[in-house]
Design a protein around this ligand. Structure first.
Ligand SMILES: [Zn+2]
Length: 396
């Protein structure tokens, strides 16, 4: 399986110049290839192989391309083709799409080393250096342990001007545990972000982050600045920092939450989000929670695979209305927070009832009897991420 690790880079001024020059060369090449694709030769579009074959000649004509690692240049073509594929895919799905656009300055944000041209300088501790061919060493802080063989290195400049690296790593899956002893079911809810069968709840992030308020303030300030002015550019940068901070807080929280479940439980039942979206989100308009859920389930899944734990996805239909003790269907609108069963008398939080059903369905799916397990107390959920920013970054 493939994992991606993301870290912040801390280039010196001289290295940053080289990074920016590389971005610009790649941007030039991208636009050049796109132009060649648009102008047909003898009525036919050039093949990808033929385009790649023009690279050596191009390098002679444009010496700035020689300052870029050759694999990085090839990956520009790869990027162009995957953009074309994505566009074709949208078209197939009946979306109205235009053509690929040329990338203006500032719109080309990343480049990629594939298989070669990079190295993490050996050493102890978190502070290391990433060596990139034609660029040099750049300090990096490995705030999370990087484990596995690095196949690809993706360098990205964010709107805030910060540089990041994503390592694509190939790792082996651990064999699944044979005997389940600490199963848990998780319900993804509209009022609670998450409810689990241990009775733990996590709330929606956007209800609580202070940054949300800050975001609104900075957006308001931006709208008051004159178009094209220096102050507007400055304000846009400020806004980008707030967006970045919110994103980091959210990711940090989801990492902690998924880690909590994978460390404490060898069997985790969740809802199949694809189906859930169809039945619930349809009535609630665009819910910002769904994107974060998808990220959470993704984190949960790959962490579990690494650790040999089960993540089983179940059909969400009916999990809310069904009584988790006797199976009676107790229909309830969204605003009814408590499940009250007229048949067996069970009374508990509606999301907790749903979580129990999800766990039951998950265990049924792989053929285990839920009755074999007593609920296990694992401890409280991780506290909400308060002001955790990318490790080692200066205070904002
Ligand atoms: Zn009942």
């Amino acid at each position: 399986m493939q994992l991606t690790y993301r870290y912040r880079l801390y280039p010196s001024r001289a290295r940053e110049q080289k990074l920016l020059a590389t971005l610009d060369s790649c941007r030039w090449l991208y636009n050049h290839f796109l132009e060649r694709l648009n102008q047909k030769e003898k009525g036919r579009t050039l093949s990808r192989r033929k385009l790649q074959a023009t690279l050596p000649g191009l390098k002679r004509e444009r010496p700035h391309l020689k300052q870029v690692h050759s694999k990085v240049l090839q990956m520009v073509l790869h990027q162009l083709y995957s953009n074309l594929r994505a566009l074709a895919e949208l078209k197939r799905n009946g979306r109205k799409v235009g053509r690929l656009r040329f990338k203006g300055r500032g719109w080309f944000k990343s480049f990629t080393y594939n298989q070669s041209g990079f190295k993490i300088v050996e050493g102890n501790g978190k502070r290391r250096e990433l060596w990139l061919s034609k660029i040099g060493e750049i300090p990096i802080v490995l705030h999370r342990e990087l484990d596995g063989e690095v196949k690809q290195v993706h360098i990205k400049r964010e709107r805030s001007g910060k540089w990041f690296v994503c390592f694509s790593v190939e790792v082996e899956e651990a064999p699944k545990v044979r005997k389940v002893s600490t199963p848990i079911g998780i319900d993804l809810g509209i009022t609670h972000y998450i409810a689990d069968t241990n009775g733990n709840f996590a709330e929606h992030q956007h209800n609580v982050t202070k940054s949300e308020w800050r975001l609104k303030r900075e957006q308001r300030r931006l709208s008051r600045k004159k178009r094209g002015s220096k102050n507007r550019a400055k304000q846009r940068f400020k806004l980008a920092l707030v967006h970045e901070r919110i994103r980091n807080q959210r990711l940090d929280f989801l990492h902690k939450l998924s880690r909590h479940y994978v460390n404490g439980h060898d069997f985790i039942a969740v809802e199949d989000l694809g189906v859930k979206e169809l039945i619930e989100m349809a009535h609630n308009g665009k819910n910002r929670a769904d994107a974060a859920w998808a990220t959470f389930l993704h984190m949960l899944t790959y962490k579990a695979e690494r650790a040999g734990r089960w993540v089983v996805k179940v059909e969400p239909r009916g999990t809310t209305d069904r009584c988790s003790r006797c199976g009676e269907i107790v229909e309830k609108p969204l605003w009814v927070r408590v499940h009250k069963c007229p048949n067996c008398g069970l009374e508990l939080d509606r999301d907790l009832n749903a979580a129990r059903n999800i766990l039951q369905d998950g265990l049924n799916k792989i053929g285990w009897e839920p009755a074999e397990f007593a609920p296990v107390e694992i401890g409280p959920l991780p506290a909400r991420a308060s002001s955790v920013v990318e490790a080692g970054s200066p205070a904002l």
